[in-house]
Design a protein around this ligand. Structure first.
Ligand code: CS2
Length: 418
């Protein structure tokens, strides 16, 4: 706000940096500071689209089933005091209710997060919260509000103090909130905007009838590999994705992982998944970005279902082996246990961090019991996976390998065997 909504986007590729000052923000409201101001803006009839980028956990849903988590503290809060909501679904529902009561057409909700079927998922969660308040409101949201799906892709590590200093030096003035990312970007949007939309295609977006193949490709190939590399790379002492993916052992592991993922991905028209994977590796290796493995490791309980587990289900159903996948899950399990390979404490950030650590501690030193304790989390693994013996066996084996060899040597072993 003090910079009139102006901020710099710095795109970096190896030793090249390009700066662009973005002037598209015309005002700011901070929901936790002033939810009423945000609700006023959302009920303004001139507002036709509400887009959201609030990370996976911001939707208060059960990651395995995609249903609203009705026991979530923020959802309980928003049901108790619906006029002053604090969750994203709570704000959407209250704003939509106010618009409906005032006879204003509903805005289109544009989710830009890495959720599976993101539009449909947010539609389901919002309609359910609406129905819990008033069945008529829930039915109206389900029937009248558009929730187009999207696939948004650009690697954007969290901004650091060094980024601020370097960008201020290059720009010649201070910017308190620059954004640093790769040059690559892709935005695919389902073209369903009942009140109209800006011509985003002018800026390079692709408008399509069905986002699903783009989304599945990105979530499974990019984000799946990102999460795998985050846990294993972190455990192996790699601070960034660039370090980990420039390590030949992990590059070979990634190739093996992509070979397991690709057959379970319906390629969008005209896309060759081998080329896509090669491009991903080059993007991961971009040393100009310091994308911390720790950052991507965050919120694994919210990410694993759509990034890795759904793909694993497909492979298991076809009777195919899953050694690279299993090692990624074992890496996650070790990571959320809270102790690194050097014995140092890991700062695990995840809504389920405490119950996960407690369950793993209660399981004691037996690796098989540790795996069972982790797979018992149905919000992550669903009601099914923990009972699939081929799945359990693969995770037990990978966990054993990881404990014996450490992440790097286990990745090498899995790649050699695979
Ligand atoms: C990353 C994503 O933080 C994470 O979990 O996997 O933010 C990733 O960088 C983006 O989805 C790339 O488009």
């Amino acid at each position: 706000a003090p910079q009139d909504g102006l901020y710099t986007v710095a795109t970096r590729e190896d030793d090249r940096q390009e700066l662009r000052v973005i002037g598209s923000l015309c005002g700011l409201h901070v929901a936790p500071e002033d939810p009423a101001a945000l609700l006023r803006a959302m009920t303004d009839p001139r507002i036709r689209i509400v887009s959201l980028t609030v990370t996976e956990k911001g939707y208060c849903h059960d990651p395995a089933s995609g249903a609203l988590d009705e026991a979530h503290p923020d959802i309980r809060h928003d049901l108790a005091t619906p006029g002053a909501p604090r969750s994203a679904p709570g704000l959407l529902v209250e704003a939509l209710r106010l618009r409906r009561a005032a006879g204003i057409a509903p805005f289109t909700v544009l989710c830009c997060d890495n959720l599976p079927a993101n539009g449909a998922t947010v539609g389901r969660v919002t309609a359910r919260l609406g129905a819990l308040r008033d069945p008529g409101l829930g039915a109206w949201i389900a029937g009248e509000v558009a929730f187009p799906g999207t696939m948004v892709d650009r690697i954007v590590p969290a901004t650091t103090a060094e980024d601020r200093a370097a960008i201020a030096a290059a720009l010649g003035c201070d910017d308190a909130w620059p954004v640093v990312g790769e040059a690559f970007s892709q935005w695919v949007i389902e073209d369903h905007f009942p009140l109209g939309r800006p011509a985003w295609e002018i800026g390079g977006a692709t408008l399509v009838a069905d986002v699903a193949p783009f989304e599945l490709m990105k979530l499974r190939m990019l984000n799946g590999a990102h999460s795998a590399l985050a846990y294993l790379g972190y455990l192996a002492g790699h601070e960034t994705v660039a370090e980990a993916s420039n390590d030949p052992v992990f590059a070979a592991y990634l190739h093996g992982l992509w070979a397991e993922i690709a057959p379970a991905v319906p390629a969008p028209p005209g896309v060759d998944l081998r080329d896509y994977a090669a491009r991903l590796l080059a993007r991961f290796r971009n040393r100009a970005l310091r994308h911390r493995t720790w950052q991507i490791a965050m919120d694994g309980s919210q990410k694993l279902p759509q990034r890795l587990l759904e793909t694993m289900r497909t492979r298991l159903a076809g009777g195919q082996p899953i050694p690279h996948f299993a090692l990624a899950i074992a890496g996650w399990l070790r990571y959320v246990g809270g102790k690194g390979e050097d014995g140092a404490t890991i700062d695990v950030r995840d809504p389920l961090a405490v119950p996960l650590r407690q369950a793993l501690e209660a399981a004691g030193p037996d690796p098989v019991r540790q795996v069972e304790a982790a797979l018992g989390f149905e919000a992550i693994f669903g009601h099914d996976l923990g009972r699939v013996s081929a799945f359990r066996a693969a995770i037990v084996e990978a966990h054993g390998l990881l404990l014996r060899l450490g992440a790097r040597e286990a990745a090498r072993a899995v790649t050699l065997l695979g």
